[in-house]
Design a protein around this ligand. Sequence first.
Ligand code: ADP
Ligand code: MG
Length: 366
Amino acid sequence: MTRDGVFEAPGRINLIGEHTDYNDGFVLPIALPHVVRVTAARRDDGVLRLSSRQAHGVAEVRVADLVPGAVTGWAAYVAGVVWALREEGHPIGGFGLLVDGRVPLGAGLSSSAALESATALAVTELSGVGLDRRELARIAQRAENEFVGMPCGIMDQSASLLARERHALLLDTRSMETEHIPFDLAPAGLALLVVDTKAPHRLVDGEYAARRRDCHRAAELLGVPALRDLTGAEQDLPDRLARRVRHVVTENERVARVADLLRAGRVREIGPALTESHVSLREDYEVTVPELDVAVEALLAAGAAGARMTGGGFGGCVIALAAEADVEACAAAVRAAFAGRGFGEPECWTAVAAAGARRAGDVPAR
Ligand code: ADP
Ligand code: MG
C-alpha cells in the first residue's frame, strides 16, 4: 500500500432525470472531461491538512476532532468525507490533501461531488479500505448532507464515481442498479452543447430544500414510500404539490423513454424529451430562472433538436442536442439573446461523456 497518490474525479452533466434522485427515481448523467484532482499523502500525526489551488488558506484539523461544524467553507466537502468514513468505522487517519479543480465552481456541473469523490477514492485507497464505488458515493453524499448541510440526492456522486467514457449512466437511485448506455454523438453528426449561463445562483439551497419538503409531504399524503412509486394517474392534492408530483412522475417516464431510444441507437430522437423536461421544470417544478428559459428558447429557435436546464436549477447550465453543423449558430443565438436581455455573457462549449473517478498515477518518490 502506497502512502501517497493523485486521484481525480469528474464533474457531470445530467442528460435527464432532474430532481428525481431524492424521490428514489431514475437519473441519466454523463461524466465530464473536467476533473477535480486531489494529491494525497498519509500523515502519521492524525492531522488533516487541506489546501486548494482554487481557495485561500489552509485548513488543519485533527481527524479525532471532526464533527459537523468543526470545518466550514470549501474544506468541509473534503473533511466531511473523512468524517463520514470514520463515522462508519473505517480507519482513516491523518492526510495532507492538495486540491486542484478544473470543474467550474458553483456552475451546476457538480464540482462539489467531484471534490468529495476524489477525496473518498484517495483516502480509502491509501488507507487500504476496500469499499465499492456505490458505497463511496453514499459516503460522499452523507458528507454533503450531514457535514456540509446540503440535502442533495445521490446523482452527482454516483455520476462522478460510476460513469464510463462514451456512455451515459442510467441509475436507479433506490436500488443503485446501474446500466451503462452508449452515448457517443459524433458518429451521428450530433453534439451536446453546454451553455453556462453564469446566472448568479439565487436561493439555491433554500429552494432545493423546499422542493424536497414538497415531495416528502406529497408522498406522505398519497401514502407511498416515495414519489417514485406513483404512476401517471392524476393525484388529488393541493395545486402546488400536484404539480411537483407531476414533474417527478413525468420526469421518470422521460428518463425511461430516453434510455430506450439510446439503447436502440436512436439518439437523434431524444430531443423532444429534453425540451419537455425543461417545460416541466419551468412550469411544474418552478426551478428555472429567466437566463435558463431564454437560453433554451434561443437554442430551439436556432435549430437545436432539444434543450433543457441541467442540474438543480436557479442558475447554472443549459444543454442542447444539436447537429454538429448547427452548434456555432446555436451558441451565437444564445449570446445574442443574452445581450438583448442585458444578461452577462454565457460560456458555450461541447461536452463528451468521459470516465469516472480514477487514480491518476503515483506521486514520484520524494
Ligand atoms: P457545484 O457542485 O454545482 O459546482 P456547489 O455549490 O454544490 O456547486 O459546490 C461548489 C463548492 O464546492 C464551492 O463553493 C467550493 O466550496 C467547493 N469546491 C469545488 N471545487 C473546489 C476546488 N477545486 N477547490 C476548493 N473548493 C471547491
Ligand atoms: Mg454541488
